[in-house]
Design a protein around this ligand. Structure first.
Ligand SMILES: Cc1ncc(C[n+]2csc(CCOP(=O)(O)OP(=O)(O)O)c2C)c(N)n1
Ligand SMILES: CC(=O)[C@@H](O)[C@H](O)COP(=O)(O)O
Ligand SMILES: [Mg+2]
Length: 636
């Protein structure tokens, strides 16, 4: 008689408590099935694949040994959390990943008690874990705190701040260093080579040299501690001395895919660890899915794909991405200006600087996930006579804000900020929205800020930023493809602080800052069918404002509407301030500003997000009708 087909182990696990009765062999089987389920789910939704495949065994072992959600697993960045979500009661919704109303692509407190801390930005997990561990010490929420942080995220300065503090506090907290020798791209920095040496048994001489390099990577306050660590390399067995010197018990490196290592190790540590403990696991990003293992980026992020072949299913693109236009424009400028250098914080592909690096390898710098350093490193290069383009996504630029104020703006250093992913970004949701850069940059004295209305404008802005040497200048542009507008061969240098009229009209003027312009023109078409022909202008600059243009529009129209893809407190606020100061509102001008709503907008498709944000063509048309209806009613 044929054996009854086994119920898949994964079908017997809804929550981690269901894992407590499984044997180690069954847990290994569970990991196998969990990997298959992860591949199947992401093939339907798209999203971050490689990182999750690399932590399947780790996820099973942690949930099997620790008592979650009482014990708290804190995933750094959170992009690797899909297996975790499947094991914590969300398997039934895993195919709604990153969709409107569906599961977030990162951990999220409001989504599950098994997500003790939200993520999306890197290098935060150890700080959160130390916070939880001290809360427990003080009678707060009980349970262990286990941070799971990647080798890329470990290059973030915040991670070292937390290691240093945890070592000082000396309280029990776990840090699992998930070392897969990958960031989004291959990792950079001396720390990466140091970690590699910890498990390649390189001769001490190399190790000492690497540790020296690692010391150089550490923020100053920790360099002394790490220097002592280097001293301790003498005659010591190869071990994580850098971490031990910072006050951690170092355990490892262990094979992060070997359940026979992971399970007994975590059981032993759970029962016996005292104080801060770092477990160094070595994994492979994309593990168990050949198309991911073989990809240069290990399928860090993927569109939907055929699980049989790994072939991605991508919508055909009919226009170059803004990122591509930025990169090719910068290359064009750099061909003629050898002072131009480019800086990225671990996002060479995302910012397009991988293209720049191919052409100018010596003039391209990837500093790791270290936005603060990227900004001040750029400031140092500017002070040294170079023309640095610091290319950082809007949301990640938030990490370097004090450096922008203190090291760049106050010193009026000519750093050029290329701000990609400005505005809403769709499936990555609220943690990645580029909502605040207009506000936080235009409030800085001496800052020049531009926004490209289309990809041709972006090319002009790269040329303008190249030519502008008086102080800091920033230009923002969105994620995704352009409008398909014709691109000039070279960018033209724009007059600083000057906007442009795009279409003449009467009664109402719409002044746009950035790519909402195409939606304004769409709304204008529809309004003209109703006998309303708005004037449309492209501000190009949020700082300095084009006073003449704004005051002229205010004089010649009953109503003025501004629109920007940014939170309140940005472009529209500065225009309102100008109108107030110049008495335009006293003379009866009706002013409205269209900005992102004062909420964090959850993940959805880009079009759904714009509808939510009330910044699409329909909302613009409604705004115009609204402000003019009042006028029509008054006229009657
Ligand atoms: C502050 C910040 N900068 C940049 C990013 C973009 N980012 C997301 S994942 C990642 C690489 C993370 O590498 P690692 O921590 O090693 O995790 P792995 O993907 O290798 O599992 C980066 C740079 C981010 N999420 N947060
Ligand atoms: C997880 C993370 O922070 C990055 O992978 C981010 O999702 C990249 O965003 P883009 O897809 O817009 O490059
Ligand atoms: Mg990594």
């Amino acid at each position: 008689m044929s054996a009854r087909p086994q119920t898949p182990t994964l079908d017997r696990v809804n929550l981690p408590t269901d894992m407590k009765t499984l044997s180690d062999r069954e847990l290994a089987q569970l990991a196998h099935e969990l990997r298959e389920e992860t591949i199947s789910a992401v093939s339907e939704t798209g999203g971050h694949l490689g990182a999750g495949l690399g932590v399947v065994e780790l996820t099973v072992a942690l949930h099997a040994v620790f008592d979650t959600p009482r014990d708290k697993i804190i995933w750094d960045v959170g992009h690797q959390c899909y297996p975790h979500k499947i094991l914590t009661g969300r398997r039934d919704r895993i195919r709604t990943l990153r969709m409107e109303g569906g599961l977030s692509g990162f951990t999220k407190r409001t989504e599950s008690s098994y997500d003790p801390f939200g993520a999306g930005h890197s290098s935060t997990s150890i700080s959160a874990a130390v916070g939880f561990s001290m809360a427990r010490e003080l009678g707060g929420d009980p349970g262990d705190a286990i941070a799971v942080i990647g080798d890329g995220a470990m290059t973030g300065g915040m991670a070292f701040e937390a290691l240093n503090h945890a070592g000082h506090l000396g309280k029990r907290v776990f840090v699992v260093l998930n070392d897969n020798e990958m960031s989004i791209s291959p990792p950079v920095g001396a720390l990466s080579s140091y970690l590699t040496r910890l498990y390649t048994g390189a001769p001490f001489q190399d190790l000492r040299a690497a540790a020296k390099g690692a010391v150089g990577l550490l923020p100053e306050p920790f360099q002394e501690g790490a220097r002592r660590a280097k001293e301790m390399l003498k005659g010591m067995a190869v071990g994580g001395t850098l971490f031990e010197e910072l006050g951690f018990n170092y355990v490892g490196p262990v094979d992060g895919h070997d359940m026979e290592q992971l399970l007994p190790l975590f059981r032993m540590l759970k029962s016996r660890a005292t104080g801060p403990t770092l477990i160094h696991v070595v994994t492979k990003k994309g593990k168990g899915f050949a198309p991911a293992e073989g990809a240069a980026d290990r399928r860090h992020a993927t569109a939907r794909f055929d699980p049989a072949t790994g072939q991605q299913i991508k919508a055909p693109s009919n226009a170059p991405s803004y990122t591509k236009v930025f990169a090719t424009s910068l290359i064009d400028e750099a061909e003629r200006d050898d002072k131009i250098v480019a800086v990225t914080a671990a996002m060479p592909e995302g910012t397009g600087l991988d293209l720049f690096a191919k052409r100018f390898p010596r003039r391209t710098f990837d500093v790791g996930i270290a936005e603060q350093h990227a900004v001040t490193f750029s400031a140092g290069m500017a002070a040294g006579g170079m023309k640095p383009f610091c290319a950082i996504y809007s949301t990640f630029l938030q990490r370097g804000y004090d450096q922008i104020v203190h090291d760049v703006a106050i010193q009026k250093l000519p750093v050029r900020f290329a701000i990609d992913r400005a505005g809403l970004v769709g499936q990555d949701g609220a943690t990645h929205a580029g909502s605040f850069d207009i506000g936080f940059l235009t409030n800085l004295p001496g800052m020049v800020m531009m926004a490209a209305a289309d990809e041709a404008e972006l090319r002009h802005m790269v040329a303008t930023a190249t030519a502008y040497d008086e102080g800091p200048i920033a230009f923002r542009y969105p994620r995704g493809e352009g409008t398909g507008v014709e691109l000039p061969e070279h960018g033209e240098i724009l007059e600083i602080g000057k906007g442009r009229i795009v279409a003449e009209g009467t009664r109402v003027a719409i002044l746009s800052f950035g790519t909402r312009l195409s939606h304004v023109m769409e709304a204008r078409e529809s309004l003209m069918a109703r006998g309303i022909t708005p004037t449309v202008a492209d501000a190009r600059f949020a700082k300095p404002l084009d006073r003449d243009l704004i005051l002229r529009l205010a004089r010649e129209h009953e109503a003025l509407i501004t629109i920007e893809e940014g939170a309140v407190g940005g472009f529209g606020s500065h225009v309102a301030h100008l109108l107030f100061e110049e008495g335009a509102l006293d003379r009866g001008l009706r002013y409205r500003s269209m900005v992102l709503p004062d909420i964090f907008i959850n993940h959805a498709s880009p079009s759904a997000m714009y509808a939510h944000a009330q910044l699409n063509a329909a909302a613009i048309e409604e705004k115009v009708l609204g402000v003019l209806d009042v006028a029509m009613a008054k006229r009657a």
